[in-house]
Write a protein that binds this ligand. Structure first.
Ligand code: SF4
Length: 472
């Protein structure tokens, strides 16, 4: 069966990585991408349920696609990801035009779900797949483009055992499962052979990798050792990972920041709140003091380490004083960036269940919560801009992503600290090439610079430059 598919995806980096796999699986099934749902035979909406806003986007997308399906009854429509896992059969009952739904552990079943839908059979796959099989996905199809020639995400574990009070992940992605290290290192070697120079190791609590759970996890080495082995792969110049949890930041991982030069000088370490009372109510398992201690030990190991974070404001019971503690922690940790949101109750989480039972502290007034969010974001803007200004005049190795959205003659890439850097170049520069750029201007969300060398000649790996690619 052949045809065209249109994929809409929302959510975190795990979801972005899953979206690449969905696209790859559909290429293997004979489908090719369509820019617009109107031109597709199969539409897949890949969802996120971490925040209410992302979930509402699904319902508005589904409204649009089901209208299309009324005009073209042969159109196949499926929903994947965390909302599919969370809502399951309810989603199929509510949207009669929907042909199938599948959870994050069931990606590999997608081709058979599409084939059944074309035979007018509706189906649901939301079972927790066998630990060994869920990572068992085909190599990249030659026609399936990688979003960036020089960078790649590599899944090392999935799921989470921590059950933070606000989070749906343990219900939607299931319990913690580590992928065997041999398979991870094989994938990294093959990526390197294709010209990838930067890998980001992915997992919900990525540094919990390798924790032994009889019958489940098969990661045989601790996370810090995995980082070292990935950094040792020939051709890999940059290693990142996301998202770590503070309780699993081991002494050895801190040491790796001192002695593994490939480990980038940037860490995204979610803190969520600066108040001990709120951290306890969120079930985060560390205190403000313990978090700051980790930050300080990391910066001792790697002076100048740029740290970014996630923050939630307006968690039930958060007082003005608690919020002040968050502001002061943000200043003390001197984050280079943060992703902050107003708390939204998600179905089935410990906090939501407590509220449904009439237990737990009262919610924060939405106007107060949004004023807190604005204050927090104002502070972060100030800190980010200060960090950016400190880079002006420095020479930074930029891994090129391709043309910048700023317009013709502008290229874009990422610094080792994961900052977006825009620079002028008369000729396009190959994605995947690392070029030295002198920073000339600090902007609130990015840096501007001038290349320090003549960028005329290509030095990118031939595969990254568009040559023959081995399959990965
Ligand atoms: S550590 Fe907490 S926030 Fe992170 S995925 Fe697990 S339950 Fe969710």
């Amino acid at each position: 069966m052949t045809g065209r598919f249109h994929l809409r995806t929302f959510g975190c980096q795990m979801n972005q990585r899953d979206a690449e796999q969905i696209s790859n699986l559909l290429h293997h099934a004979g489908y090719r991408p369509a820019e617009r749902a109107e031109d597709a035979d199969v539409v897949v909406i890949h969802t996120c349920s971490v925040r209410e806003k992302a979930e509402s986007k699904l319902y508005s997308e589904l409204g649009h696609v089901t209208r299309l399906k009324r005009e073209r009854p042969g159109l196949v429509v499926g929903v994947g990801g965390c909302v599919a896992q969370q809502e399951g059969a309810r989603l199929l009952d509510r949207f009669r035009q929907l042909d199938f739904a599948f959870g994050p552990q069931n990606l590999r079943h997608l081709p058979s779900l599409v084939a059944r839908a074309r035979e007018r059979e509706r189906s649901l796959r939301v079972d927790y797949d066998d630990a060994d099989q869920r990572f068992d996905l085909p190599d990249r199809h030659p026609d399936c483009p990688r979003p960036n020639a020089g960078r790649a995400f590599v899944t090392v574990m999935e799921g989470c055992d921590l059950f933070c009070a606000f989070c749906v992940v343990p219900t939607t992605r299931g319990r913690e499962v580590s992928r065997p290290s041999d398979a991870i290192l094989d994938e990294v070697r093959r990526l390197s052979d294709c010209g990838v120079v930067e890998v980001t190791l992915l997992g919900q609590t990525v540094n919990a990798y390798g924790r032994s759970r009889p019958g489940m996890a098969r990661g045989e080495i601790p996370f810090a050792e995995l980082v070292r082995r990935v950094a040792d792969v020939d051709g890999i110049e940059r290693v990142r990972f996301t998202s770590p949890h503070p309780v699993f930041v081991s002494d050895d991982l801190i040491r790796a920041y001192a002695d593994v030069p490939e480990l980038c000088p940037h860490l995204h370490l979610p803190v969520q709140s600066g108040s001990d009372a709120v951290l306890e109510a969120m079930r985060r398992r560390y205190t403000r003091g313990e978090y700051l201690e980790i930050v300080s030990r990391l910066r001792e190991a790697r002076p100048g380490l740029a740290i970014s974070t996630d923050l939630i404001v307006g968690f039930p019971g958060e007082s003005d004083a608690d919020f002040e503690q968050t502001l002061s922690l943000v200043r003390e940790a001197d984050f280079i960036d943060s992703f902050s949101f107003v708390y939204s109750a998600r179905p089935g989480t410990p906090a939501t269940r407590a509220a449904e039972r009439g237990q737990g502290p009262p919610g924060v007034d939405p106007t107060v919560a949004s004023a807190r969010l604005s204050a927090l974001q104002d502070l972060q803007r100030e800190l980010t801009l200060r960090h950016h200004r400190q880079r002006v005049g420095q020479s930074v190795p930029v891994l090129v992503d391709g043309p910048s959205r700023r317009g013709e003659g502008q290229q874009q890439g990422r610094s080792p600290e994961n900052r977006v850097v825009n620079f002028e170049s008369r000729r396009p520069v190959d994605a995947g090439r690392i070029v030295p750029v002198r920073i000339t201007e600090a902007q609130p969300h990015s840096l501007l610079g001038t290349p320090e060398a003549d960028l005329g000649a290509s030095s990118a790996h031939p595969a990254a430059a568009g040559g023959e690619l081995p399959l990965v």
